[in-house]
Ligand binder design. Structure first.
Ligand SMILES: [Fe+2]
Length: 447
């Protein structure tokens, strides 16, 4: 059976083992883990062309950075490398002049990479942002010793590149990138409050280990791990990055979902002219406002079940990335999603966007099962858990067979199941499958 994006990318290392032993803990090198044809210089050129035709086409995040390394080992802070924004037309000349090129968020201009990033995000269960950047380097060029604020999966596509790296992160979830400087010191690349954020511990690059990457090799570098790179031959690599979402951001979304229908919460604190202020105390109207909202907040938080549907729905929505760019018109096997479904019709889960689901109770305590696809949330009332579990497990099935998945104590009628299946087809969760059922698969047993 075809595995998920993780097993296709790094089949030699099971995802569960990676999460338990390596994720955010230590670098992991998987020689030959990926298909080098995951990407190519031709596809990068197409992405650059798309950016040059419509600079905003890939979204505001897509941009090109050129980086000239300064020679002579570790540099003083702020004197590490010359970095500047470049246009697609400048890329060839800059490479010729010895620059390394980063096309940040190239996935926004490449449908396959967008799908890879979205699938990895869903398969890993990562609530933050997953994106893909491409790095081009001429032979002999690369980046001096630094650490990144985000963990990355590196996939070497063309050429060979040498990585020198520490064996573990020196700081957990760094607030910024950092550089190793002259004299065994370090510095953040952004101005941070030094009282709260002392520079990360420096390490002796002499103790770093070396990894030479060739086409198809994969390397996981946890956030906060010192590393340096140097292309041995002209090199093209992908960096799939994992940018965390902070808990306050997640809670902000939760609060908004709880209180957006309340004018007091939408309006913020009341106006309170300070013309006559003498005491330094909070104006009574403002203090009363905070008091009332905090009381509501305490009640609302106390009522939230950590394993329930409200948080589950929020979290599952965060596992789904925005749709890939430019829908392909009329692909093979595309059929009318609005046509009635017959019991003999063959259906399958759409893989255009990751689909997840959760079951729980609504605010009134009634059972509800939710399916999440992209920004879409489809709530099925009643206890549809067994039906949805059956659908997610099989992925490809005869429509009529799904009647049997319902709870035996509450057998379903075909007309009920048919209505749900047609709604799921309209919403893009299911699609009609072309061709024959998979031999020996669930379809054959159920049909
Ligand atoms: Fe890096």
């Amino acid at each position: 059976m075809r595995g998920g994006p993780w097993s296709q990318l790094i089949g030699a290392v099971p995802l569960a083992r990676f999460v338990a032993e390596d994720w955010q803990r230590r670098p992991l090198s998987v020689p030959g883990g990926a298909r080098a044809e995951l990407f190519s210089r031709e596809r990068l050129d197409q992405a650059l062309l798309a950016i040059s035709r419509a600079p905003a086409a890939g979204g505001a995040e897509t941009h090109i950075r050129a980086m000239f390394a300064r020679r002579g080992g570790a540099a003083p802070a702020g004197d590490w490398m010359n970095v500047f924004e470049a246009s697609p037309a400048q890329v060839a000349g800059l490479l010729e002049a010895g620059a390394s090129i980063c096309v940040h968020d190239v996935h926004a201009c490449d449908r396959e990479l967008a799908r890879l990033a979205a699938s990895l995000k869903a398969e890993l269960g990562f609530a933050g942002r997953v994106g893909v950047s491409a790095y081009l380097s001429p032979a002999g060029e690369g980046l001096e010793v630094h650490l990144d604020a985000q963990g990355v999966l590196i996939v070497q596509i063309e050429g060979r590149k040498r990585w020198r790296m520490d064996d573990r992160p020196v700081v957990a979830c760094p607030p910024a990138n950092a550089l190793l400087c002259q004299g065994g010191t370090s510095a953040w690349t952004e101005p941070l409050d030094p009282g709260r954020w002392p520079p990360p511990p420096a390490r002796d690059p002499g103790s770093f280990h070396e990894i030479e990457m060739g086409p198809g090799d994969v390397l996981y570098v946890p956030a906060g791990t010192w590393h340096a790179t140097e292309a041995i031959t002209p090199s093209l690599g992908l960096a799939i990055y994992f940018a965390p979402i902070t808990l306050p951001t997640l809670l902000e979304n939760l609060l908004w979902s709880l209180f957006q229908d309340r004018p007091e919460w939408r309006a913020g604190p009341p106006v309170a002219p300070l013309l006559e202020e003498t005491s330094g105390a909070l104006p009574a109207a403002v203090a009363d406002y905070f008091s009332a909202r905090l009381a509501e907040l305490r009640d609302a938080l106390a009522a939230i079940d950590p394993g329930g549907l409200a948080l589950g729905s929020l979290w599952r929505r965060m596992l789904v990335a925005a749709p890939p760019p430019e829908e392909e018109p009329g692909g093979a096997g595309e059929t009318d999603a609005d046509a009635p479904i017959g019991e003999a019709d063959l259906l399958e889960l759409s893989d255009e966007l990751p689909v997840t689901w959760g079951a729980g109770v609504d605010r009134d305590g009634r059972p509800v099962t939710c399916i999440y696809r992209g920004e879409d949330e489809i709530g099925l009332s009643g206890d549809a858990r067994a039906f949805v579990a059956g659908m997610m497990q099989r992925r490809r099935f005869r429509a009529g067979a799904s009647v049997a998945w319902a709870d035996p104590a509450r057998p379903a009628r075909w007309s009920e199941v048919q209505a749900v299946l047609e709604e799921l087809c309209r919403r893009g969760v299911l699609r009609r499958a072309g061709g024959d059922p998979a031999p020996g698969g669930e379809v054959a047993r159920d049909a």
